[in-house]
Design a protein around this ligand. Structure first.
Ligand code: NDP
Length: 268
């Protein structure tokens, strides 16, 4: 373990799953500088790692060092999970898959109408996977036109999609199944929430947040107060981790054990 990598909640979650299933694998967090990324990937090959996760800022740059991309990672254009297949390193993206799996525990994704706030890395992964999962309509609301329009165009290959500029407070249209905050607003800021017209939140069946620190974001608190169902960011994080473990060791881990370990690591 290197400096800066101690006390990582994701590591605690993954190791809890290994321990629970009696698996003799280890999940070790390492801080890698941008200029050392290629050497780190080569090191993982040399040491026979089964695979690794990578977080920002490496999710795009790592692609250059891999042998192959799985289909959704290729469309999303980012990798958060690498799996060794023989001597080949294959890049996957389990972020959007994690969100969709968490959402499926609450409602039928196929045919749903979804408003995605944001068009950064998390929004891109979520938007693409929702379109693969058969969402009927996805509206991307983002401040930056270039990123917002590009994401809507990418999604439109599979489903009806449009970009809407973020002007003032976002109005959630009647008939919305899911409103998801995929921006970084609220991260480490329990009193902040994305600019949304609060009275219109009742138009969404479920309000989700990708932000997981704090878990109970201001958006989710406000949504619950007007009677919406809510889905916190831990669900996505747990399910993306579970999807990685499935790919690395072929075991479908117990999500409740992972969620408990994650929640406890976040509060200590
Ligand atoms: P990016 O930097 O790639 O994107 C950030 C997005 O937030 C952009 O679309 C940006 O809009 C938007 N944004 C930032 N500030 C504001 C604001 N004040 N008002 C409106 N929009 C704003 O970040 P990521 O996509 O990588 O991460 C976003 C969040 O997702 C983070 O909090 C991260 O922790 C979380 N995350 C959670 C995961 C989970 O498993 N739960 C997994 C991955 C990420 P613009 O383009 O206009 O600048």
């Amino acid at each position: 373990m290197s400096e800066g990598a101690a006390g990582n909640p994701t590591g605690a979650m993954m190791e809890a799953a290994f321990a629970h299933h009696g698996l003799a694998w280890r999940y070790v967090n390492m801080e890698v500088a941008a200029e050392a990324l290629g050497d780190a990937v080569d090191g993982s090959r040399a040491m026979g790692f089964r695979g690794f996760n990578c977080s920002m800022p490496h999710k795009v740059a790592v692609i250059h060092h891999l042998d192959e991309l799985a289909p959704s990672a290729s469309v999303i254009g980012a990798v958060n999970c690498v799996v060794r297949d023989g001597q080949r390193l294959v890049g996957h993206n389990t972020d959007g898959e994690g969100f969709v799996r968490a959402l499926r525990e609450r409602l039928e994704v196929r045919g749903s109408r979804i408003v995605v706030l944001g068009a950064g890395g998390a929004a891109r992964a979520i938007g693409v996977e929702l379109s693969f999962a058969g969402a009927a309509e996805i509206t991307v609301v983002n401040r930056d036109q270039v990123r917002g329009a590009a994401l809507a165009e990418l999604i439109a290959a599979n489903t009806r999609a449009e970009w809407r500029p973020w002007v003032g407070d976002v109005f959630v249209p009647p008939g919305t199944d899911v409103l998801v905050n995929a921006t970084s607003v609220g991260l480490y800021a329990p009193d902040d929430r994305p600019a949304v017209e609060i009275a219109s939140l009742v138009n969404a069946r479920l309000v989700a947040d990708v932000v997981f620190n704090p878990v109970d974001t201001r958006l989710l608190r406000d949504a619950a107060a007007v009677g919406c169902e809510t889905l916190d960011g831990l669900g996505m994080l747990v399910h993306q981790g579970a999807a990685a473990i499935e790919r690395w060791v072929g075991v479908s881990p117990d999500r409740s054990v992972m969620r408990e370990a994650l929640a406890s690591a976040l509060t200590t």
